[in-house]
Design a protein around this ligand. Sequence first.
Ligand code: URA
Length: 215
Amino acid sequence: MKVTVVDHPVVAAKLSALRDETTSTPGFRRLVDDLVTLLAYEATRSVSVEAVEITTPITTTTGVRLTSPPPLVVPVLRAGVGMLDGLIRLLPDAEVGFAGLVRDEETAEASWYADRLPEDAAGRAVFVLDPMLATGGTLVAVVEVLLSRGAESVTCVCLLAAPEGIDRVQASFPDDNVSLVVAAVDDRLDERSYIVPGLGDAGDRLFGSASGSGG
Ligand code: URA
């Protein structure tokens, strides 16, 4: 797995504001949106394009367009949904699937409750959105399904990662067809498998607690 930690002062400043416990829900949503668009610039660097003839007001020339089939974007419910707009702003033709996994608060293991992914993902470049790479259990489960359905490449876009989570995903997917783009790698997980220093529960901070806690 190729890991890219986006080292950029604007990303670092927005991430610091995101971590701040006094940041309001509207402010948090806005910051996530901005950060994802910045991360998406890196995450889409290898998206495949083909040559296309275009006519400018001056002359004809050769440009590029994204190849078909279009990329597939997969937010992991629920917190990944807060990252969706920021990514499809850059890839407006992308199709969207959803992965619903819930983390057992005792064991920190993830189990599926909604699989809204294509049965056939052959040849697709897939972008999985999950703000927090903590234990890695959720991402491993989602990436396994996508690869088993033929995805050509899977790029995981996360805001924060714990070293433990990166190690687990890396061990599961040693090849270059899986990548991770992340704004920062934090120190560790705590005893509840929360990222330290982290930003708390990303789903709660994005959506409040009305839709249930966890993810
Ligand atoms: N999920 C979160 O929302 N926060 C963490 O720190 C870890 C997992």
